[in-house]
Ligand binder design. Structure first.
Ligand code: ADP
Ligand code: G6P
Length: 478
């Protein structure tokens, strides 16, 4: 820690594993900053700018400096991780244990005691840094699965704070959660918060049930009553996107021109299908591309009139499962293009790279069909971003019923991503749907997305956190 202060001057402090920017040190030793990957950053960046809050997080590098910095109007407070902590806390416990466990065990979680020890150490460091930056009685909003012990650690350091926690990924059913050797410690860690937020109703219910059954706390509906007199609320707050920012971007002339250019560079296909995901095994990329490949093989679609653009953002590249997935997808794309593509007409245009926001908006504008088929996903912002960019009320969304977004975007072409034939049928239905049907669906989805954007999400959470009543005994006294 660079500071020995016990209190700071920020009334709102967000604590997330990632800062919104990654520190990149070039060969010449020069430091530059690059936008961090993932939906958490997309959602929180506009909020922190709006509330003038502080952001405590890791800068993506090893043993980086901890001096505060200003970026894009945000006050950033880096927390350093050592190479061993990156391996054990970030790649290990966060992404080798919790990530697969919380996503339906679609990959096998590893349970290693040294990973857990590192998780505890790093969570404590985040809690100390947040405690040093928060003003008296400030609101501290802790984010996501990497930091589930921070609420209780922070409360011990700073009982004056109001502490909120939001989980961006699914909270699993108790049958899966109880596999975790450290299940009670995680639940206790979360109960340090006054308000624990989840993407879906089911997540909040799973959590309340677990603290009742495993820790023996009294609960009533969404409330948990602790022996020390505190009440903890568990609620669902479906996250969203900055709709206005994306709408503005997508109707701009450069983005419209770029969208046209993308289509022409792809040979003016009749239908452009698009997938945009971090290269993650929860996203269902492999089966989605297989479904498309089979449609070409069977002649239901042809490369003369359909092309699939798959953008796969590099992610967690040192974790074995992610390496394996990358190889499998490289092979699959190679095979499909080799077997079915023609000169100048690849079946799949596969891009393993990160892009600026305007390029993403142009891709969304260019695509006739957005294919979002995760095996499990907390929300999936990509689905909402596509809808926000369709200002002409056209385009089709094929959406997994296992994404949180499916609760809201009900007019999408819904699929079970494990059912390849079902996915093929839904893609064909979207390809052949009459424009009138598409307009009706898209209009309804746009209305939904516009009616609840990311600042509504944050206001609802922060509003409820401000009202949190820390002591239920006082409230119960006449
Ligand atoms: P996750 O948080 O699991 O990555 P989401 O769909 O919720 O999934 O959020 C992903 C975010 O990352 C979206 O805001 C999306 O626009 C952005 N994104 C995904 N791929 C890229 C890419 N290749 N370049 C730039 N941004 C990307
Ligand atoms: C998801 C998680 C975030 C995470 C992001 C990117 O959105 O919910 O907490 O930051 O993926 O993953 P990474 O491992 O690169 O931070």
């Amino acid at each position: 820690m660079t500071s020995t202060r016990t209190q700071g001057d920020h009334d709102l402090v967000v604590v997330a594993n990632r800062l919104p920017v990654d520190r990149v040190v070039g060969e010449d030793g020069e430091t530059t900053w690059r936008r961090s990957p993932g939906g958490l950053v997309t959602a929180l960046e506009p909020i922190i700018q709006q509330y003038d809050g502080a952001w405590v997080g890791w800068d993506g590098g090893s043993d980086g400096p901890e001096e505060p910095l200003e970026q894009g109007g945000m006050h950033l407070f880096p927390v350093a991780l050592s190479p061993q902590e990156i391996e054990e806390f970030y790649e290990g416990f966060s992404n080798g244990t919790l990530w697969p466990l919380y996503h339906d065990v679609v990959a096998k979680p590893g349970f290693h005691r040294e990973w857990w020890d590192s998780y505890v150490t790093v969570n404590r460091r985040f809690a100390e840094r947040a405690a040093a930056e928060a003003a008296d009685k400030a609101l501290v909003w802790v984010q996501d699965y990497q930091l589930q012990l921070v609420p209780a650690m922070l409360r011990e350091l700073r009982p004056d704070l109001r502490i909120g926690f939001f989980l961006h990924i699914p909270f699993p059913p108790s049958e899966l959660f109880v596999q975790l050797p450290w299940r009670s410690q995680i639940l206790e860690g979360l109960l340090g918060a006054d308000l624990v937020g989840f993407q879906r109703r089911g997540g909040a219910q799973n959590f309340v049930r677990l603290v009742r059954q495993r820790l023996g706390h009294k609960t009533h509906k969404d409330l948990i009553y602790l022996e020390d007199g505190r009440t903890v609320a568990a609620e669902c707050f479906p996250i969203s996107i900055d709709v206005a920012e994306l709408e503005k971007l997508s109707v701009s002339d450069p983005v419209a021109e770029r969208a046209q250019q993308i289509r022409s560079q792809l040979g003016e296909p009749r239908k452009l299908l698009l997938g945009v995901d971090r290269l993650d095994y929860t996203k269902g990329i492999y089966d989605r591309l297989r479904a498309f490949g089979e449609l070409l093989e069977e002649g239901a679609l042809s490369v003369e009139d359909a092309v699939f653009v798959q953008v796969a953002t590099p992610s967690r590249e040192r974790v074995d499962e992610y390496r394996r997935l990358r190889d499998e997808i490289d092979r699959l794309v190679g095979r499909i293009n080799g077997d079915l593509g023609r000169i100048g007409r690849p079946a799949i245009s596969y891009l393993h790279s990160s892009y600026p926001r305007d390029e993403m908006a142009a891709l969304y504008r260019a695509a006739d069909i957005m294919v979002v088929t995760p095996l499990r996903d907390g929300m999936n912002l990509v689905a909402k971003e596509y809808v926000a960019c369709r200002h002409r009320d056209d385009g089709a969304l094929v959406l997994s019923e296992f994404a949180g977004a499916a609760d809201e975007l009900k007019q999408a072409f819904m699929v079970n991503p494990y059912d390849i034939n079902g996915m093929k049928a839904a893609i064909l239905e979207a390809v052949d749907a009459p424009p009138k049907d598409l307009t009706k669906r898209m209009k309804a989805m746009r209305k939904t997305v516009r009616s609840h954007d990311v600042s509504d999400w944050a206001e609802e959470f922060i509003g409820m956190l401000k009202q949190a009543r820390p002591d239920h005994r006082k409230r119960l006294r006449p």
